[in-house]
Design a protein around this ligand. Structure first.
Ligand SMILES: Nc1ncnc2c1ncn2[C@@H]1O[C@H](COP(=O)(O)OP(=O)(O)OP(=O)(O)O)[C@@H](O)[C@H]1O
Length: 255
């Protein structure tokens, strides 16, 4: 079985400053992989690199060209700065997710619309379906972007901080939704997260970055150790495992 992504010789620099330098990285298929690390560590840059936005010696997605997969609509993507300044209604906006699969000048089918309504209901957005996207709150817009990506019905989802603006219930619901799609439809997700608890409890694998370097990769319990987390964040974080759930204590007395 091919890796979901395989990338080697990845070096991204802006001017003199190297912001990402990774010799080799393989991301597992049929898994939810979290990319974690402090601000500026290179998480978004790594996610964009998987889309071929930065040159590497070698990048493949399921053994094929990643940019070809993207052009074919086989990779769904939600960025950190989605463009919500559109006059579209929420329903029209989420149906954009179907366009990579439609022929020239074709319109979404009744089934597409029914699927859209079902997902809008799951994300508690039904009441907004005919409202302008711009009238939504930050968290509601973010949920609409996720519905758009899920409607694309791909096996690969790349999500950059999708929990931005989401309240705690919707953060957990999103992670459960990704687990559900993984189990029912074999969807693999690569997701940038700041919340260590969500990463440890919902993700199969974790990539920990610090200063543009790969600090560790693997199962959450192997990667998210106190020593690795300190190396990345320069902050004492204590992982604790109680009743089958990981918690991360990060309180430190102010000096
Ligand atoms: N277009 C650019 N020009 C110059 N520097 C950039 C550019 N894009 C990113 N950087 C720098 O590269 C570094 C890594 O950025 P990136 O967005 O990948 O970090 P991140 O880990 O996703 O951070 P955050 O958690 O804050 O979102 C940052 O220090 C950022 O300032």
């Amino acid at each position: 079985m091919s890796d979901l992504f395989h990338i080697s010789g990845l070096k991204v620099a802006f001017g003199e400053r190297v912001i990402l330098d990774i010799d080799e990285l393989a991301i597992s298929n049929h898994a939810i992989t979290a990319i974690i690390g402090p601000n500026g560590a290179g998480k978004s840059t790594l996610l964009k690199s998987l889309l071929g936005q930065f040159p590497s010696q070698n990048l493949s997605c399921l053994g094929e060209s990643a940019s070809h997969m993207l052009k074919q609509g086989k990779i769904a993507w939600v960025g950190q700065h989605e463009m919500f300044a559109t006059p579209l209604s929420v329903l029209e906006y989420v149906l954009l997710g179907r366009y990579p699969h439609l022929g020239w000048l074709s319109r979404p089918s009744q089934k597409d619309t029914n699927d859209a309504h079902q997902l809008l209901a799951e994300f508690e957005l039904s009441a907004f379906a005919n409202k302008r996207l711009q009238a939504l709150s930050g968290g509601e817009k973010q949920r609409a972007a996720l519905v758009r990506a899920l409607l694309q019905d791909t096996r690969i989802m790349l999500l950059d901080e999708p929990n931005n603006h989401l309240d705690i219930k919707h953060q957990h619901q999103l992670m459960q939704q990704l687990n559900h799609f993984q189990q029912q439809k074999s969807v693999s997700s690569v997701i940038v997260l700041h919340d260590l608890t969500l990463a440890a409890n919902y993700c199969d694998e974790v990539i920990l970055l610090g200063h543009g370097q790969l600090i560790a990769q693997g199962k959450p319990e192997d990667v998210m150790t106190a020593a690795n987390l300190f190396e990345a964040y320069q902050w004492h974080i204590t992982p604790q495992y109680r009743d089958g759930i990981w918690y991360f204590d990060s309180f430190q007395a102010a000096h």
